[in-house]
Write a protein that binds this ligand. Sequence first.
Ligand code: OOG
Ligand code: NI
Length: 302
Amino acid sequence: MNFQQNTSLDKVLTALFLPYKKSVTDVEKISKAMIDADMISNEDEIVNDHIAFRTLGVPNLGISSFEKIFLHYGYTKMDSYYFPGKKLDAYWYAPPSLEYPRIFISELRVQDLSSKMQRIISEYTNAINTDPIDTIDLDDTKAVGDFFYQPLWKLPTLAHFQQLSEESEYAAWVIYNRYYLNHYTISVHNLPSPYNSLEVFNEFLEGLGIVLNNSGGKIKTSKDGLLRQSSSVAEMVDATFAHNETMKISGSYVEFAERSILPEFEFLDKNEIQREHRREGFEAANADKIFESTYLEQTSKK
Ligand code: OOG
Ligand code: NI
């Protein structure tokens, strides 16, 4: 992450990253160990492949609302993905220039849940009659930064959180965590050898005590073999629900991506390789398993 506050987009990304880094202690643990192992000399040298957000697909919320922030900052909407089992839709967004991370935004298909779940969700969202994004000045980086962590609906009850979890752990996560940054992603291919291979980097992480998501295997590989991804299991956070009830629930996590050089650029010299020469985009089958980084089956391994 580059913390030079040069552009408005830098300011927004920094405002997003700092609360996330504070709550996900694995972030700093990994950066420090990477410095100690001479992979990088400071955290700013880590190339952030992408960041991800989760949303609820109801009127005035969801992707069509949330994406306005990043479209305003010059991002371009790219491919869509559909996850029938998890009842999710998603898009990825290409940044205005290559030094910025890609963005992955998913949305719960609330209309596909049981009517009981829909009733619980609407208890929180039905008071939202206009798009909350339209109330902020998108040029005001402070207002945008604050918006990500601002409550948009009342604090959920623990009972509702638990009921939602039974049908959709994603729904429960969003009802509590809202637009909290879900993960940032270390570009493993940019690291010095041998750490630029996900196998080696994962061993390094496990040596630090980082627990990896093993749903579908620790390394998720795209059909073309060129995009490989791993992730930590989410950090557990102390959540305070309505009526001051508390419970430890899943917060956010860290992802690790290795993008290989596209076959048409394999003739290039190593030092000529830029981001545009590597595999772009995302892969639905990889993403489907990465979502589970916040699911109980994974977090209970911690
Ligand atoms: C996003 C999971 C998908 C990827 O890179 O494919 C993903 C989430 O957990 O919200 O991050
Ligand atoms: Ni991701």
